[in-house]
Design a binder for this molecule. Structure first.
Ligand code: AMP
Length: 219
């Protein structure tokens, strides 16, 4: 039987979870489940949920566990997760990790591998302050480290409109890193003790990291 292509990408903000998740989605044709993206869509749509979380997200704090777990439970009720999935930005607390185990049990899915993307703090701060994405197709760039080939024009779709995330200011980035260390880093030991963790050096060129992740998933 084919190995289920499923993983949790665990790492600080700016460690490349979103970028790598998109690559895995394309390569294996599996859903990329990003709780941050789901919440940002709700804010964009002006929904009640979006209004509830807007301030919290802009401040760099975490949204309440119950709300996030409900979102993920709904997402896992869809059939497409049965062929695999990439979780990006969830779980972020021990409580969320316990809930994920329940959700997977309900969906009759095994616990996936947990790939830790390890990047030094200063590199994370440099990466996050200056991040921008194409307003039309979502391709992610960086003003200094990875600008579009032609200044101001998206490589992929030619759009000239770019957006920055509200929570990528230096002050909020530092807060998000502190929140990561306090709330999310304990998941490294949590999953290591369950024999599910693979730590990867993610301070490398993007393609090298993708290859390492694919290697882990095909093992
Ligand atoms: P991300 O795009 O994953 O960096 O998430 C952006 C923001 O969305 C976070 O700083 C939190 O405010 C919120 N968020 C996303 N995922 C979660 C989660 N699993 N638990 C709590 N808050 C979350």
């Amino acid at each position: 039987m084919a190995v289920l292509k499923a993983c949790i990408l665990l790492g600080a903000p700016g460690s490349g979870k979103g970028t790598q998740a998109k690559k895995l989605q394309e390569r294996f044709n599996i859903p990329h489940i990003s709780t941050g993206d789901i919440l940002r869509k709700e804010i964009e749509a002006g929904s009640e949920l979006g209004k509830r979380v807007q301030q919290i997200m802009a401040s760099g704090k975490l949204v309440g566990d119950d709300l996030i777990v409900e979102i993920v439970r709904n997402r896992f009720s869809k059939q497409d997760v049965q062929s695999g999935f990439v979780l990006d930005g969830f779980p972020r607390t021990i409580h969320q990790a316990d809930s994920l185990s329940d959700i997977l049990k309900e969906a009759k899915l095994p616990l996936p591998k947990v790939l830790q993307l390890d990047v030094p703090d200063q590199v994370l701060i440099d990466r996050l302050t200056g991040r921008m994405s194409c307003a039309q197709c979502g391709t992610v760039y960086h003003r200094r480290l990875n600008p579009p080939r032609k200044a101001g024009i998206c490589n992929e779709c030619g759009s000239t409109k770019f957006v920055e995330r509200k929570d990528d200011s230096e002050e909020t980035v530092r807060k998000r890193l502190n929140v990561y260390k306090a709330e999310t880093e304990p998941l490294v030991d949590y999953y290591r003790s369950r024999g599910l963790l693979e730590a990867l050096d993610a301070n490398l060129e993007m393609d090298l990291i993708t290859n390492a992740i694919v290697g882990c998933l095909e093992k």
